[in-house]
Each structure stands twice: as structure tokens, then as C-alpha cells.
Design a protein around this ligand. Structure first.
Ligand code: 8X3
Length: 259
């Protein structure tokens, strides 16, 4: 990728986990809002296809293959930019829904790596670039799992609490700098991959998560919320936005209709 030198650095938006779901939808929305979007994910073919689609629609996007857990790769990625305006830390996800008593430590470790350390890597590497833009925004896509627990969720809940703490602490530490820290905490979002990945590709188990729920959120609903927060005037910091479907009152209270 050539060194980016756009008219305004604050109009560059980096989105991680942009190959599907909330990340892909956010890339599309931010591009439509006038940002030059850099889509990153491990699956290069997917982000290239989405970038192509965005460009074909008359907006601006490029794809950059990146594994957020690979710190050296993240640092190299950061050198491509003198400054950027928006970083959307979206990469992450859940593995397993086992009780604490039988949960797989490897799943817990992997979730910490992607959700927490992935966010840490990108944020550390790009913070100077966000500051250099004179008007930066770090978006952290956490989860309602970062705010309260539920049975079978501990590994993911612990990782998302880590992400939430990162957001809260960073906001305290950089106050006074021209960088906002925005946390978006989605509840039940039906995407093509979240539940499927969680249950190791088991379609039946994945479908059960949304069974009977009238209208779970879509990836685009969350992308809309992210884009709204990012496009507020610079002095307005949306600290934490919890977004759930109407049918979900809490992590454990979900309205399901009989079919
Ligand atoms: C997704 C929400 O309820 O699956 O981050 O933990 S939940």
C-alpha cells in the first residue's frame, strides 16, 4: 500500500475486522459519509471485494491484510500513515459458551488475544497518528457482554470487560488531547458469522441464539450507531452507547416468539 497522503488526514478511517458483519457494514457507512476507508482483516479476498464495491459506488476504500494479534504487522501497517482520523477497533469475537467449570483455556486465551490485545495493538500503534490529525476518534466496539455477565459467557464476558476497561482508562489518560474515545456496546446482533464462529461452525447451535427473537439487530444497525457517534461535532464525545434490539431487555432477558 502506498503511503497515504489525502487532502485531510482526519478523513481517513481504519476499520479492523472489516471482512464481514459489523466491520464490513461500518466500512460501507463511513465511506458513504465521506471517509477514505482502510479495511483490514485477515481474509484479504473479502476486504478487497468490499473495497472494490465501495469504490464502484463512487466512494473511497482500500484493503490491507492485517492480523490484529500480530504486533509487528500492526506496527508496520501504522507506518503507512502520517495521520489518520478514525480507528474503529471492531475485530474480535466469541469462542464457546461453556460454563466456567469446563471452559477451554485455549478459547479464553484466544478471545483475550483478539478482543483485548488486538484492540491494544491497533490503539497503541495508531494513537500518535490520530493525535497528529488534530481531530481523532478511537471507536471501540465492545459488547453488552463487557458490562454484565451471563451463564456460559464468562470467557467472552471477561475479554469484553477487558475491552471496556481499556476504553474507560484510555479516555481518562488522554483527556486534553484532540482524540475522542467512543465505546459502542452492541447486544444481540444477528450477523452471518458471530454465533457460527462461537459454536465452531455448528449451524444448529448458532441458529438457536436468535430463535424466535422478532428482530435482532443487524450489522448495519450497529454501523449506523458507530457512524452517528463518529460524525458528531469534534467536541462531542459519545462515551458509551449501548445498543440492543427492542426484544432484548438485558443479556439474559430476551423476548422470543413461538413459531
Ligand atoms: C454479543 C452479545 O450476548 O452474544 O457481543 O454476548 S452476546
Amino acid at each position: 500500500m502506498a503511503t497515504a497522503a489525502p487532502p485531510s488526514a482526519s478523513r481517513i478511517a481504519v476499520v479492523t475486522g472489516a471482512s464481514s458483519g459489523i466491520g464490513a457494514a461500518t466500512a460501507r457507512r463511513l465511506a458513504a459519509a465521506g471517509y477514505r476507508v482502510v479495511l483490514t482483516a485477515r481474509r484479504k479476498d473479502r476486504i478487497e471485494a468490499i473495497a472494490e464495491e465501495i469504490n464502484a459506488a463512487g466512494h473511497s476504500a482500500i484493503a490491507y491484510r492485517l492480523d490484529v494479534t500480530d504486533r509487528a504487522a500492526v506496527d508496520e501497517f501504522a507506518t503507512a500513515f502520517p495521520a489518520i482520523g478514525v480507528l474503529v477497533n471492531n475485530a474480535g469475537g466469541a469462542l464457546g459458551a461453556d460454563p466456567v467449570a469446563t471452559g477451554n483455556p485455549d478459547d479464553w486465551r484466544a478471545m483475550y488475544e483478539t478482543n483485548v490485545l488486538g484492540t491494544l495493538h491497533l490503539t497503541q500503534a495508531l494513537l500518535p497518528k490520530l493525535e497528529a490529525s488534530g481531530d481523532g476518534t478511537v471507536v471501540i466496539v465492545s459488547s453488552t457482554a463487557g458490562l454484565a455477565t451471563y451463564e456460559g459467557g464468562a470467557g467472552y464476558v471477561a475479554a469484553k470487560h477487558g475491552v471496556h476497561v481499556l476504553a474507560e482508562t484510555l479516555r481518562l489518560e488522554i483527556v486534553g488531547k484532540p482524540v475522542r474515545v467512543v465505546e459502542i456496546a452492541p447486544g444481540m446482533v444477528k450477523t452471518e458469522e458471530f454465533a457460527l464462529n462461537r459454536f465452531g461452525g455448528d449451524r444448529e447451535k448458532a441458529a438457536k441464539v436468535y430463535e424466535g427473537v422478532p428482530d435482532p439487530l443487524t450489522a448495519d444497525d450497529v454501523a449506523d450507531a458507530i457512524t452517528w457517534a463518529v460524525t458528531r461535532p469534534s467536541h462531542v464525545n459519545v462515551d458509551l452507547l449501548v445498543v440492543r434490539p427492542r426484544a432484548q431487555a438485558s443479556n439474559t432477558k430476551v423476548h422470543r416468539e413461538q413459531r
